[in-house]
Design a protein around this ligand. Sequence first.
Ligand code: NI
Length: 254
Amino acid sequence: MIDTHSHIYLSEFDQDLNVVLERAMAAGVSQVLMPNVDGETIERMHLVEDRYPDYCKSMMGIHPTSIKENYKKHLAIIEKWFHHRSYIAVGEIGMDLYWDKTFVKEQKEVFETQLIWAKEKNLPVVIHCREAFKETFEVLERQLDEKLYGVFHSFTGQAEDAARIMEFGNFHLGINGVVTFKNTTLREVLQNVPLEKIVLETDAPYLAPVPKRGKRNEPAYLCNIAQQIAGVYGLTQNEIDQITTNNARKLFKI
Ligand code: NI
């Protein structure tokens, strides 16, 4: 399995990252992809990749909740890194109107800029979209062409949102621990999403799946997510592992 979205470079893992990654390997996780947050998280993320160069791969981008008055400074740092070295994806990027609507215009501008960079670099985009499908689709559709592809990470939308994303053609849904939660509609929504369009993620340290809900999440818990998805599709966990790993390999060109 590949954990396609995991913030294992955050301080939650300072004390025991080694053990966390050993558990991940023992649980069958073959790689961990790390989305960036903003200018402040890059150094820690790169350090983890330096320590585990084959196992942990960095993305580069600015998260919508980090877009404040000083967003141009962060964006310049990110642009500079794209000139310095290669990354596995542009992420995480997108729109978040759950926490704060003050910078909606700036969020759209920065999201669109990063979509353009992804197309120039022929990289997938890892999209964060919270309470903002309308705005996210508006920006995305302006840039939509055969060069734009990627994943809606931590997808928790409704059936019509999933259907629209499928119509874009080159987009996957990143499914995490939310699929194991009691009160989610995600399992029903997935009934109409082909398994070929799904990749697994933990979003660690957040959103730990049942039975670890509320605790710190980690890549090893990907098996709880795969197990739940196996139930949705009526396949074995082994089949889910194989198919979604294959999807992730193609999407991120691993
Ligand atoms: Ni994230």
